[in-house]
Write a protein that binds this ligand. Structure first.
Ligand code: FAD
Length: 403
């Protein structure tokens, strides 16, 4: 037998929960089932990279657990249960309940079958960490990624009580935020990345260098322009990262922050249109299949997958309206990314096409960089230090992300 629900949402991240909440806010009473591979805790993912400075225990980051969430939303929440396949012709999900050893204990509801049918399906499966190289089993227990609350729990546990030496691989947003946060939490941090400057996809080099200077002055070790030749166990519990420039870094833990990839496998296997940027959806968040929608980090909306919170919130609102009977197209404003690096505040709204020139002004840590097209129009910007206060003024002048 299979249990029945009108709306099934796969994923209990900010996108999946945000959609369910937006529907209830509209007064929509339909039956909603949320199903998740993880614990189903309702938490704010951006806070993961602010928790170590404050010494926050993992449970302090969860606003409510799955059972409380189910009560709030009047929804059924199935946790620790990966969806293994979609059968779009029969509108059925195939579940992998056997995957989770603690399934009965942790799930807020025990499923009577391994199938779940839907009338409408929403894919909110997020994005998974990308690994640049395979990690040898001998060092795997010391190597981490932090992309959800369960990851944060594991890393928090591994850090232990005293200060730890943490090698962070990757100089993007996640790498730089954890660098600043772990440093503020009293840990000894090294950053290793192949690019020559920090935040290479968000900041032109002079601003990346300004952030690098702030990190250096704080005592953070930067190994930029380097790749890792080997990652091996050493004496005791140490690991050693050998770099292509001959340097060796000893650490207690390695944190891999080497990018994320939309989790499109389910959709792709079911024959939906996907690309490396995500599941292809139109402005109404509809996939190539009429009963199936997608939003959040997994969705590429009319060619744009922004992978941050404001676009997914706008998507949740628009999709809730559409599902409740008012077809609504989503649009994304000129929403800059605020990087949580208190050692030097950074705000960036990267241009979507390569700019003709960057107009860079300022000195020390206070720099503004304006990206212009060949007609001299502002198409993006990046700000550091005191210049971050130009955020509102420049956002008003910049083109929207998805008009
Ligand atoms: P996720 O939160 O990844 O949720 C995906 C869900 O799908 C999970 O519940 C997962 O278990 C489930 N799932 C996946 N596959 C399956 C399956 N097969 N079966 C069942 N369930 C499945 N953005 C900002 O705007 N500002 C910030 O300051 C900011 N800081 C960040 C800091 C960090 C450290 C990180 C990692 C990200 C940050 N972001 C920030 C990005 C932002 O957090 C994400 O864009 C957002 O959380 C994505 O939400 P989501 O619901 O799409 O995906």
């Amino acid at each position: 037998s299979s249990s029945h629900a009108a709306l099934v949402i796969i994923g209990t991240g900010m996108a999946g929960i945000g959609l369910a909440r937006a529907l209830r806010r509209l007064g929509d009473q339909r039956s909603i089932t949320l199903i998740s591979a993880d614990s189903g805790d309702d938490y704010s993912k951006p806070l993961l990279s602010t928790g170590f400075a404050k010494g926050l225990a993992p449970d302090k980051l969860a606003q409510r657990n799955a059972a409380e969430l189910g009560d709030e939303l009047n929804a059924r929440i199935i946790t620790h249960t990966p969806v293994a396949a979609l059968d779009v012709d029969n509108r059925t999900l195939l579940l992998d309940a056997g995957q989770a050893p603690n399934y009965e204990k942790l799930s807020s509801e025990k499923l009577s079958s391994e199938k779940l049918s839907y009338d409408t399906l929403v894919l909110a499966t997020g994005a998974a960490p990308r690994m640049p190289f395979s990690i040898d089993p001998s060092v795997a227990p010391r190597c981490f990624t932090i992309n959800d609350l369960d990851d944060y729990r594991r890393f928090h546990q591994a850090l232990g009580q005293g200060p730890a030496r943490v090698a962070i691989v990757g100089a993007g947003l996640v790498g730089c935020e954890f660098t600043n946060d772990l440093h503020a939490g009293g840990h000894h941090v090294s950053v290793i990345a192949p690019e020559a400057t920090l935040l290479p996809r968000l900041l032109p080099a002079p601003l990346g260098n300004a952030l690098g200077d702030a990190f250096n002055e704080a005592g953070i070790r930067l190994c930029l322009g380097c790749t890792i030749d080997s990652l091996a166990p050493s004496s005791g519990d140490d690991i050693v990262l050998r770099l292509d420039n001959g340097e060796a870094i000893s650490a207690d833990l390695a944190l891999m922050a080497t990018g994320i990839t939309p989790r499109t496998a389910l959709a792709e296997a079911a024959g939906l249109s996907v690309s490396p940027s995500g599941i292809q959806v139109d402005r109404q968040l509809r996939t190539s299949h009429p009963d199936i929608y997608a939003l959040g980090d997994v969705a590429c909306v009319d060619g744009v997958n922004a992978m941050y919170v404001q676009p997914l919130q706008a998507s949740a609102k628009a999709l809730a309206a559409t599902l409740a009977g008012t077809p609504t197209s989503v649009s994304f404003g000129a929403w800059p990314i605020v990087v949580k690096t208190p050692l030097l505040p950074v705000v960036a709204y990267p241009p979507t096409t390569p700019p003709e020139r960057w107009r860079i002004e300022g000195e020390g840590g206070d720099i503004s960089a304006l990206a212009e097209n060949k007609d001299g129009r502002l198409i993006g910007f990046a700000l550091t230090g005191g210049c971050v206060r130009r955020k509102v003024e420049l956002s008003r002048a910049a083109p929207t992300l998805l008009g």
